[in-house]
Design a protein around this ligand. Sequence first.
Ligand SMILES: N[C@@H](CCC(=O)N[C@@H](CS)C(=O)NCC(=O)O)C(=O)O
Length: 318
Amino acid sequence: MLINGKWSKDFHPVQASDKEGRFLRQSSQFRNWITPSGSAGITGKAGFAAESDRYHLYVALICPWASRTLMVRKLKKLENIISVSVTEPFLGPQCWAFGDYPGADQEPFYDYHYVHQLYSHSDSNYTGQVTIPVLWDKKQQTIVNNESADIIRMLNNGFGELADNTIDLYPDSLQTEIDRINNYLYDRFNNGVYQAGFATNQSAYEEAVEKVFNSLAFLEQQLQDRKFLVGKQITEADIRAFVTLIRFDIAYYGLFKTNLAQVRDYPQILAYIKRIYAIPGISDTVNFDHIKQGYYSLKALNPQSIVPKGPNLSYLQK
Ligand SMILES: N[C@@H](CCC(=O)N[C@@H](CS)C(=O)NCC(=O)O)C(=O)O
């Protein structure tokens, strides 16, 4: 982690646990918003107007939180408006690094080797974890926001006419239902898999696994009579569910020991994963090699760094 802008403590996936051994995720610190006029958003300061070729996303393709932002960028047709750099998938001692692993990029503006350099560039006194995704402002040379929940919302509605507004992932009429599902899934599913994987004792692990499988039962039930989680149209709730579902069989089932069943064992969920994966542009945001290499590079969970051969994911092609 960075302490007063200096890299001071090597990466470890579990930076904090509660006294019962439950993994605690840290809060994001950069919380400014891009808005059509540049006025301030619900947090942070003003000065980040929506403009073409001004903003840049730094992502890792292993990361579900970063992948949410890539999905929304695709669906809102913002590829020519917001540029992207992909880190290497491995989580080394200095956390996320740029490089020449296939599918990864070099850092394009400063030739930085590590994402933590972008954090200290933005705030020379930054103290905290260095997480991905990062939304960067090329004009002010600073991080706008490092919280994916905020970033997907501003990509949905902060870019005005620059985005494709025939699709709205958070429409007024569905917000209550989307919020309900997001809240339910965040703790039990999106973060639940990490709580299983990073639990520091048996009971914290078992508690997390139970939550994960309750939430899969909830998803299977919810999808009995609808294409997407809140009805006929894709929304933010689906983006948030999909990024965890697509990583489940390949990473969480094995490495995080969420192994009571695979997601492909749930007929409605399987059809739903295929439905979203088939939406034009979405499969470009999924890189199974990065996902597998990245998760299995977590030395705290896999000291020998052996990467499994399977599973067979050909079901997605059918
Ligand atoms: N709240 C953040 C969480 C992002 C996050 O935890 N990203 C992980 C990768 S999947 C990360 O960068 N971890 C590095 C660390 O925790 O030090 C978001 O949703 O944007």
